[in-house]
Design a protein around this ligand. Structure first.
Ligand code: DGL
Length: 267
């Protein structure tokens, strides 16, 4: 048994959709979350910058004595995972792309799938490569949807602006006859209703978060590292106290939380 917390991080509010699944799958685990609200978005930054920011965050999470980390960000998972594993060889780190690929392969029937994500995630080709390696004959249609991130950070998840943006981005994917779509950015589940309305009921929406939480559970169980306390406590840290973080956090997790600001550049 190991009652130390699980660490999670993202550029902002997106990774909270992963925290939600972690709480569902492992209600006894304590979590520490870091949202890099001062430096969001990551999706338009270079691999070097994303890796540098992520290293600082992992050093911060280590200072909170986390036992393992979920990279609750597809941009970091796609671009920096290998470098981070090398830099922190003793820290168990789980990324979100592989669980997303596995869930999508289980979901698709016609082997025509869509992947949406940030420019850096789509540009890395991570989903397309893993999908093609794991499923022969699969057709992958990828589309970067960078505007979804500021919409989610702003809490514009299903208003007219969100709907128009979703229609503009997603039409070319639905025109290809996809039967599944991977939400390859952890911000996007916040717009799930809006995206669902645009792609239609026949397209399955794949959110990698649950599979990532299950993968962490399996790892902790297998290594005798699961927590065994009462209901886990959850702590939130940000690099800037934006007006929307606490509001979105409380909305996503259905409980009131208050984030604490820390100076991430120190780490
Ligand atoms: N939520 C993150 C992701 O999954 C990052 C979005 C961004 O900061 O651009 O890609």
């Amino acid at each position: 048994m190991d009652n130390r917390p699980i660490g999670l991080f993202d550029s902002g509010v997106g990774g909270l959709t992963v925290v939600k699944q972690v709480i569902k799958v492992m209600p006894k685990e304590e979590t520490v979350y870091f949202g890099d609200t001062a430096r969001v978005p990551y999706g338009s930054k270079t691999k070097e910058t994303v890796t540098k920011f992520s290293s600082q965050i992992i050093r911060f999470l280590k200072s909170k004595d986390v036992k393992a980390i979920i990279i609750a960000c597809n941009t970091v998972s796609s671009n920096s995972y290998e470098d981070l594993k090398k830099e922190f060889p003793d820290m168990p780190i789980i990324e979100v792309v592989t669980p997303g690929v596995e869930s999508c392969i289980a979901a698709t029937k016609n082997k025509k799938v869509g992947v949406i994500g940030t420019l850096a995630t789509v540009g890395s080709g991570s989903y397309e490569k893993k999908l093609k390696e794991s499923c022969e004959g699969i057709e992958v249609y990828s589309k970067a949807c960078p505007l979804f991130v500021p919409l989610a950070e702003e809490g514009f998840t299903n208003n007219d602006i969100a709907k128009l943006t979703a229609r503009t981005y997603l039409k070319e994917l639905t025109d290809k006859g996809i039967d599944s779509i991977i939400l390859g950015c952890t911000h996007y589940p916040l717009l799930k209703t809006c995206i669902g309305e645009v792609v239609g009921e026949s397209v399955k929406i794949v959110d990698p978060a649950k599979a990532a939480a299950l993968k962490m559970k399996k790892y902790l169980d297998e290594h005798d590292m699961s927590g065994g306390g009462e209901e886990g406590r959850h702590y939130f840290y940000v690099s800037d106290l934006t007006p929307t973080f606490d509001m979105i956090c409380s909305k996503v997790l259905k409980k009131s939380y208050h984030a604490e600001k820390i100076d991430i550049e120190k780490y």
